[in-house]
Design a binder for this molecule. Structure first.
Ligand code: HEM
Ligand code: HEM
Length: 133
């Protein structure tokens, strides 16, 4: 770690990397949808962008501001569950967009896992007391 680095960048890096990967996939999907004038995958595109790119980048920024919360095991579990849930939800939405009814269960399970990750985020942030509070 460099002398000027207080370690906050390290905590957020995994969140930022994951966010950028979702952005790359979502933008490629957006361009493909536009080029083919086929918008069946719109909900995959919008959720990879909003739950992947936007939410993960925002959570990473929040944990960078509050590194004592970002370093907790709760945050690590939140990160894993968020990514697993989103991958499942996106795969399920994509299956549904292609007419596969089996996508329903995947969307259901993925959504619940994602919602648990969001709940963990709330449990990590809301009760926290910072020095000087
Ligand atoms: C080069 C980048 C992008 C391209 C080419 C693109 C393309 C598209 C296309 C073709 C649609 C479907 C429109 C329709 O159904 O009529 C769409 C929907 C959407 N996009 Fe993107 N998009 C891009 C980036 C983004 C980003 C960065 C975000 C969010 C951070 C975003 C959020 C959304 C949302 C929420 C919808 C659904 C809107 C609705 O249902 O009314 N997109 N995009
Ligand atoms: C666990 C979390 C979430 C679940 C399970 C979920 C589920 C859904 C579902 C089932 C739809 C309808 C899709 C369709 O018509 O095919 C939808 C639409 C939408 N959701 Fe979510 N959502 C979640 C979180 C979010 C978040 C956090 C945002 C924004 C930050 C968001 C933004 C949108 C938008 C803009 C649409 C309309 C565009 C589209 O058709 O995709 N959602 N969501």
């Amino acid at each position: 770690m460099r002398a000027a680095d207080d370690g906050r960048g390290d905590i957020a890096l995994a969140w930022f990397r994951a966010a950028v990967v979702y952005l790359l996939i979502a933008v490629a999907l957006g361009v493909t949808m536009g080029a083919r004038s086929d918008f069946a995958m719109r909900s995959v595109h919008s959720h990879l962008n909003l739950l992947g790119w936007v939410s993960l980048a925002l959570m990473g920024l929040i944990y960078q501001q509050l590194p004592q919360l970002g370093a907790r095991p709760l945050a690590k579990w939140q990160f894993r569950l968020h990514n697993c849930g989103l991958a499942g939800m996106a795969a399920g939405l994509a299956a549904k967009a292609h007419g596969l009814s089996s996508g329903d269960q995947l969307v259901g399970v993925g959504s619940i896992v994602l919602a648990v990750a969001v709940l963990i985020f709330a449990l990590n942030i809301l009760p926290a007391r910072l020095p000087g509070d």
